[in-house]
Design a protein around this ligand. Sequence first.
Ligand code: FAD
Length: 451
Amino acid sequence: MSVDTVTLSGSGRTAPTTAVRFRPRTYEEAADVVRGRGPRGAIARGLGRAPGDAAQNAGGSVLDMGALDRVRSFDAATGTVVCEAGTRLDRLAETLRPSGWYLPVVPGDRRITVGGAIGSDVHGHDHRTAGSFTRHVTSLELLTADGSVVTVLPGSPLFEATAGGLGLTGIVLAATLRCRRIATSLIAAATERAADLDDLLARMAGYGTRLPYESAWIDLMARGRATGRSVLVRGVHAPLDALPVRDRRAPLGAPALLPPLPAVPAFAPTSLLGRTAMGLVNEVRHRAAPRAATGVLRSFDAFFRSPDALPRTPSPAGRGGFVRYQFTVGPGREETLHRVVRRLSTRACPSSVAVLERLGANGPGWLSFPAPGWCLALDLPAGLPGIGRFLDGLDDEVAAAGGRVGLARDSRLRPELLTVMYPRVAEFRALRAETDPTGAFRSDLARRLGL
Ligand SMILES: Cc1cc2nc3c(=O)[nH]c(=O)nc-3n(C[C@H](O)[C@H](O)[C@H](O)COP(=O)(O)OP(=O)(O)OC[C@H]3O[C@@H](n4cnc5c(N)ncnc54)[C@H](O)[C@@H]3O)c2cc1C
């Protein structure tokens, strides 16, 4: 097992801290690290793609799970796969695809691990129909505080605390997943433009689940009557008869990569991309999208391209990193969404990501983020003047509307809002106190929010 001392941050690159990083290659090595932890405890880390500080542990131990990445078994008849926690979702997807199976949930970023997907209970753009990742987990092997390995099944308190539990109930060593059947390796996509936020919400609310993947990019630079103007993208795994006849003989092959929607040229270095330039970029981005196009066949890569399926714009974050702000508010709380979008537009927040989704039923975890309603995700430059106070104001709006921010992406939530947003946090703390009385599992996020 390799061991080194490193400075780590999340993908937002804010608040880096230093820890001893262990890279176990076997379950025994992982158990040794947990048993031999120091007073600052230990936390699992996947690929560190969570934007905030969930996979950091200042002055303590971090278990990098990347070497535990074997797919142990795959049943091509039932689509059941057993894999280790460090298995990357993008690699797993490519293993499954030729057999006619795919990931049960496809998040915006597939360069993440199975353990990270469970620790954050990730969701995809089809959350209304598929639910979150841990809904498709049928069993877990969890390394607990005393160094023993237990099998954890859905429906048990330990499963519900671990699903979206940010690594604080133990280290997931392996998981059994139920995958999704696919007939082809293409997505049939539809794109349309919405003139403003009301228009967008009406289009999203009025649509069924025929094209279950759905997300909208909102132009936060647009103001006045255009506030909330957006581009809406929907898609479904293409059935065989959607393919041209010549492609039907090998529908699950690696498709010739269809070009994504045209990328907007970066006409300024990212660090210099100010509000005026960002406004121009967004103008081009909005106009570049088709007014209405249906049945366009795209490769999975082109369709699910992170952070959304739309043309990329340069990030305004520059070297200072970014704060990913993501929240949900329930159905009937559209006025809150309007107010937040108006506040962002009035402030001309230069966010290259501004993705709106509709979410379905709650995730199974006590700290799972997905909840029914509207979910907006933004990336804001961490160096934006006054960003802390501004986002505190948005937190207050969201909490007052019964909504919540996503903890795996968070790096700055005030602890007093945690219980308002996550009413089951008391149960989570009680379970931790019972199963981990000496606090073996700790992270920067856990200390910051008092989890
Ligand atoms: C561009 C981009 C797009 C994204 N899109 C989405 C999206 O569409 N939907 C969504 O839900 N999220 C999304 N995310 C968030 C991100 O995918 C998640 O936070 C994910 O958990 C990161 O996985 P990771 O393997 O890198 O885990 P890390 O970032 O390393 O860890 C995340 C959490 O999981 C815990 N963890 C990791 N491995 C284990 C393990 N083996 N056992 C127990 N706990 C573990 C960690 O302790 C930490 O609390 C996106 C992030 C980015 C940067």
